[in-house]
Design a binder for this molecule. Structure first.
Ligand SMILES: CC(C)(COP(=O)(O)OP(=O)(O)OC[C@H]1O[C@@H](n2cnc3c(N)ncnc32)[C@H](O)[C@@H]1OP(=O)(O)O)[C@@H](O)C(=O)NCCC(=O)NCCS
Length: 179
């Protein structure tokens, strides 16, 4: 039997659902602790792009508002079993499409300097390096920034619904998976 992977977007309370994110975060990030997601309680206007396979979360990209026009892309990952199929690239494309429609201009992100896959993906998606530092734990971190084309139509859940970000198959030719 074949099923498709779809990407959709959720905002507000659905984007703050720690229980929904925790299993995948625990799989993709070493030594992941639930507390790390506490930030979701307080951030403004979270946007969660989800990749779903048979309604199971197998990839995500999560960020939030940091200024009137500034979006911070905070966290993302793809289930190991599903990597190398363009899912992270699709999640980022969908995120940027939505942010642009919501009127965001710069989108910023941070990546460990050792995370080659994420750095390459960010550069492929037109991010530019904007900084480099050692964080409080002495880990080298690269900051990146991308300017989005502006085409504001509104903000918040209403705008997301208006934009019809219903689930879509991944890629021009959808990713098909054997179950
Ligand atoms: C980084 C990550 C999200 C990539 O997910 P993915 O779905 O496998 O990525 P994609 O298939 O969309 O790859 C898109 C591009 O990223 C780059 N890339 C992805 N994985 C790579 C790897 N292991 N090595 C080098 N480049 C890689 C490639 O350029 C690729 O494009 P290409 O296939 O046309 O060459 C995934 O490896 C992951 O979940 N890692 C652990 C979590 C993480 O590091 N998150 C980021 C910090 S929050």
């Amino acid at each position: 039997m074949c099923s498709s992977i779809v990407v959709d977007v959720v905002v507000d309370q659905m984007a703050r659902d720690v229980d929904a994110l925790l299993p995948l975060c625990s799989q993709v990030f070493p030594n992941f602790e639930r507390d790390y997601l506490d930030r979701l309680r307080t951030v403004a206007d979270p946007v969660l792009c989800r990749a779903l396979f048979e309604q199971r979360l197998i990839g995500f990209k999560l960020g939030y508002r940091r200024g009137r026009c500034l979006f911070y892309s905070w966290l993302g990952g793809v289930d190991r079993e599903f990597r190398g199929r363009g899912i992270a690239a699709e999640l980022m494309a969908r995120q940027h499409e939505l942010l642009s429609c919501l009127g965001y201009q710069p989108v910023e992100t941070r990546t460990r300097a050792s995370n080659r896959a994420m750095l390459i993906l960010n550069l492929q998606c037109s991010f530019e390096v904007s900084g480099y530092e050692n964080n409080a734990n002495g880990v080298a971190v690269v900051s990146l920034r991308k300017m989005l084309p502006g085409k504001e139509v509104g903000s918040g859940a209403e705008a997301v619904n208006h934009l019809d970000f219903a689930p879509r198959k991944v890629g021009a030719s959808a990713v098909e998976c054997s179950a």
